[in-house]
Structures are given as structure tokens and as C-alpha cells.
Ligand binder design. Structure first.
Ligand code: ADP
Length: 317
């Protein structure tokens, strides 16, 4: 592992959290988009901010970075007050935005060099640093590649490498794997786990519950600008949902599910699937064994079940 990336865990403000948000509020046109939220991210952990579209995630992250000025509340990032001291805080932070905004006219090497300038890193220092950044991103040999020639996964990894130019202690990632195929996604997860192992603090938003479950020590679910749940992924599953789920599909499943509703603690229809949430699925499985027209999947409850229970199944555009 490259020495420049592997250096240290931050100890901001004498051991305080990497990020602390208290009573954060932001409205647009009289509409509360962030409606008084509190959370803290301990140094060296990965924190996930989940929520349906429009929940207020990006606004929250923008406030934390000093890019949007909140109406109320306090934020401390890397031990600094934001927005008052956002510049100093951001010197310790890397950002992977939702959409890759690499300069298409520059090569990978040039993109990293230009970004380094924002942090006052000179060309010689960047020349020394770039090989290890590209190595970390699995892009060795691509330094002179034009951006257009890189795949979506490569661009994402280059954006991640760019976020590490200033050797940040805290990395914000807004939907880091949206639009990537499974192979590219796994590669990003691997790199993010490496950063966590190095003591970095990661703060990410994602729509992928398996991503949140794999990476996050703790996460918060935001809806309509409010935090509606917070905890470790396993803890949230234990707290909010029955441990077993049986998904039943097939012809006329809706009628069948209604007449067998009592076999689960809860039953929900979504499209042509009946979701039975059960403390003990054995009685339901015994009945299903005799139903040749129905197919089913029996599985452990997941974070996605928690998310759908708390935020509902209605589409948010
Ligand atoms: P999320 O990231 O969870 O999808 P956002 O924070 O982007 O949510 O948006 C939350 C709400 O705030 C949305 O309804 C969005 O339209 C609104 N919003 C965000 N930024 C602005 C802005 N600059 N001006 C007006 N409304 C905004």
C-alpha cells in the first residue's frame, strides 16, 4: 500500500468526531428540505446517509462541506466550524461527487495535477504522488489516457483517486457506485474498505442497501428532511423488522396472500409479489410446500426491508 495514502487516522479536535451535525435546518421557498437533524460520525468509521430521492441527503452533505449555508444548526467538520471555517475543514476532506466531473480535455495525469493545485500541491510533488494514486485506483499505465477512453468504472476510480490528492482524513462520497456494473462496483467497494482500514472516515450516500450494509458501521435514514432511524445496519434490521422474509409470487398471489395473511406477522403486496415478514416462517413454508402454482423465496430480512418499511413503497421522483 502506498505510503502517502496510508499515513494516519485523524484526531480532530482532540479525539472528537470527524463530523458532528446538531439541529441542522435548511429551507427552500419556505419548504423545509432539512428539518432539524442531528448525527455524529466517529473518526475512522464509515457512515451512510440513506433516503429516497428528495429526502435531503445532498443538501445535508452540501451544508456539511460549507457549499450550502444552513438556516439553523451547527456543524463541526474535522474539528472546524462550518461554514465559518469551511476552507480549513475542506483541506482535510476529499469529495467524490455524484457525477464524474473530470475534465474531458485532459489526461488522467493532468486531471490529478490540476486538482492538486487547488490544494497548493506543486507539480513535482504531484508527479511523485500520482503513480501511487493511480496504483490505488487500479489505473497504473493509464496516466496518459484521455478521459473519454476510460470506462465508467475507471472514471469513478479516477474521481476517487482525485479525492485523495490532498491525503484527506475524511472522504465524502455521493452515490459512489451508481451506474456501475457489478464488477466495477465490487472494485470500488474494495478500495473503500482499504480506506476504512487505513483509518479514514467515510461519509457516503447510496441507494444500494447491500452497499450500505457491507460498508457502513452506522447509517441514518433520512426522509422528508428528518432522520427517521439511525444505527448499525444489523441493529436497524433487528430493531425494525421481523427476522425472516418469504417472498411469494405466481398467478393470483394477491388473493392467496390475503387469505393466508395470518401466517406472517406482516404481509405487503408489491406488484405481483407478496412479502411475508415472519418471526418463524416454518408454518408458512409448510403451507407453501403444497402450493404447486406458487413460487417463493425464503431469506433473512435485509436493510432494504427496513428501508421500505420506514419510507414506504411509493415511488419518489
Ligand atoms: P436528495 O439528495 O435526498 O435526493 P436533495 O437534498 O437533493 O435530496 O433535495 C431535497 C429537496 O430540496 C428536493 O425537493 C429538491 O428539489 C430541493 N432542493 C435542493 N436544492 C435546492 C435548491 N438549490 N433550490 C430549491 N430547492 C432545492
Amino acid at each position: 500500500m502506498a505510503a502517502l495514502i496510508a499515513n494516519h487516522a485523524l484526531n480532530p479536535a482532540g479525539g472528537g468526531p470527524a463530523l458532528e451535525v446538531v439541529a441542522l435546518g435548511k429551507s427552500y421557498a419556505g419548504q423545509a428540505v432539512v428539518a432539524g437533524i442531528d448525527f455524529a460520525v466517529p473518526t475512522g468509521t464509515c457512515f451512510g446517509l440513506l433516503g429516497p430521492n428528495g429526502a435531503g441527503k445532498t443538501t445535508t452533505l452540501r451544508c456539511c462541506l460549507g457549499l450550502t449555508i444552513p438556516d439553523s444548526g451547527t456543524i463541526r467538520l474535522a474539528g472546524r466550524a462550518v461554514p465559518a471555517d469551511a476552507g480549513a475543514a475542506r483541506a482535510r476532506v476529499g469529495v467524490v461527487p455524484q457525477f464524474d466531473n473530470l475534465d474531458p480535455d485532459f489526461t488522467a495525469h493532468e486531471n490529478l495535477t490540476v486538482y492538486g493545485r487547488y490544494f497548493g500541491i506543486g507539480e513535482a510533488a504531484m508527479r511523485a504522488r500520482i503513480p501511487e494514486l493511480l496504483d490505488f485506483a487500479g489505473l497504473t499505465g493509464k496516466e496518459h489516457a484521455p478521459i473519454q477512453s476510460l470506462s465508467g468504472g475507471m472514471k469513478r476510480r479516477l474521481t476517487l483517486a482525485r479525492a485523495l490528492v490532498n491525503d484527506p482524513d475524511i472522504v465524502f462520497l455521493d452515490e459512489p457506485t451508481t451506474g456501475l456494473d457489478p464488477q466495477a462496483r465490487h472494485l470500488i467497494w474494495d478500495r473503500l474498505k482499504r480506506l476504512i482500514a487505513l483509518g479514514k472516515t467515510l461519509i457516503l450516500t447510496t441507494h444500494f442497501m447491500d452497499e450500505a450494509e457491507r460498508l457502513c458501521d452506522r447509517l441514518a435514514i433520512l426522509d422528508h428532511g428528518r432522520l427517521i432511524a439511525e444505527g448499525a445496519p444489523r441493529e436497524l434490521i433487528r430493531r425494525h423488522i421481523e427476522p425472516q422474509v418469504v417472498e411469494v409470487f405466481g398467478e393470483a398471489v394477491a388473493n392467496w396472500a390475503q387469505t393466508h395473511e395470518q401466517l406472517g406477522e406482516r404481509m405487503e403486496m408489491a406488484g405481483d409479489t407478496a412479502f411475508f415478514y415472519c418471526r418463524d416462517a416454518a408454518p408458512l413454508l409448510a403451507v407453501l410446500a403444497g402450493e404447486t402454482a406458487l413460487r417463493f423465496v425464503h431469506r433473512a430480512a435485509s436493510l432494504e426491508d427496513v428501508f421500505l418499511k420506514l419510507t414506504g413503497r411509493d415511488l419518489r421522483d
